[in-house]
Ligand binder design. Structure first.
Ligand code: ADP
Length: 319
């Protein structure tokens, strides 16, 4: 392969820049030209390309977000729009692409591979909701942000006999919630994996208040499960704690990537280029048992997500 493109798609995540840098530098070191494609599949269709040199990716390793920009282009499901993208690529001599994004972005990569453009997916999202990998780029940094926030809330909650309900992201994956809960010694974790049982939550809190004499409590709850404010109100009405909701929101998406994310992104970027040099397309990169691996996107999307049962069990034993 002589010339590859790189794009970031879907929600952004800290560490995407580190992946862009790794793909660019490893490819250039192997004599492969690199083209940065702006704003995900939109830039691909519109042909907003920029030739990258080694210095194009200087000073981005430690920066959150994505230098290339990201966008959503729902029309990319349309074969005619995919054809337009292929034509842009052919006109510019781009033979293969590295796509950094989530499972939606993987599907676009798969479609392009079927049309003759080898694509490799790299999992980039703070939600850790992509199968085929234990961890995604951005998860560790977001976890640090959550842990920082909950530690601070714990300080003020204990001064006021308060119960903080903290909503974290995850897009129907409970990893951010359970990792935060174990890291912070939360009293309760609620995620898609645990299910939502309001009566049970209130009962546990009453017990912690009256029998264990806790002077504060932290409930970590995944987004998209219930209204955090509503739950906090019920806690105030039905337990001895004063309930307060904090929705962490998009601060979880920002910040300088953690060393773990920088290393993960660099390793995955290297692997993506290796695959393309071996003429492999339609695969995604992952990390499983701390080894960088790859598998067909089809296979990854049909796998269950990595199980966190052991962490839920541990959480219960540490309460
Ligand atoms: P993520 O990649 O984070 O899961 P999305 O699901 O929004 O985010 O997908 C990002 C982009 O990938 C979409 O805006 C669209 O351009 C493209 N995409 C998503 N699903 C498909 C699909 N089935 N076929 C082709 N392209 C897709």
């Amino acid at each position: 392969v002589r010339k590859i493109g790189i794009l970031t798609s879907g929600g952004d995540a800290p560490g995407m820049n580190a992946a862009i840098r790794a793909v660019t530098r490893v490819a250039l070191a192997n004599g492969i030209e690199v083209v940065g494609i702006r704003d995900g599949y939109r830039g691909l269709v519109e042909g907003t390309f920029e030739a990258y040199s080694k210095t194009s990716v200087s000073d981005i390793l430690d920066r959150g977000g994505t230098k290339l920009g990201s966008a959503r282009l729902p029309e990319f499901k349309d074969p005619e729009v995919q054809e337009m993208a292929v034509n842009q690529l052919k006109a510019n001599g781009i033979e293969a692409i590295v796509v950094i994004g989530g499972d939606g972005s993987y599907r676009g990569a798969q479609a392009l591979t079927k049309l003759g453009i080898n694509c490799i997916g790299i999992p980039g999202t703070i939600d850790n909701d992509i199968p085929g990998t234990d961890f995604t780029i951005g998860f560790d940094t977001a976890l640090r942000t959550c842990v920082d926030a909950v530690d601070k809330l714990r300080d003020t909650s204990s001064s006021h006999h308060r119960c903080s309900v903290v909503e974290v992201m995850g897009n129907r994956c409970g990893d951010l919630a359970v990792y935060t809960a174990v890291s912070c010694g939360a009293e309760i974790v609620v995620s898609p994996e645990t299910g939502y049982d309001e009566l049970d939550i209130l009962e546990k809190l009453r017990y912690l208040d009256t029998a264990v004499h806790k002077n504060h409590a932290i409930v970590i709850i995944s987004e998209k499960i219930t209204d955090a404010d509503g739950l906090a109100r019920k806690i105030s009405q039905n337990t001895g704690f004063s309930g307060r909701a904090t929705v962490l929101g998009h601060i979880q998406r920002g910040g300088s990537p953690s060393p773990t994310d920088r290393i993960l992104a660099s390793r995955m970027g290297e692997k993506a280029v290796d695959l393309l040099m071996n003429d492999i397309g339609g695969h995604c990169v992952g990390i499983i048992d701390n080894k960088i691996i790859s598998m067909p996107i089809d296979e990854a999307l049909n796998r269950p997500k990595a199980s966190r049962k052991h962490l839920y069990r541990l959480f219960d034993r540490l309460i």
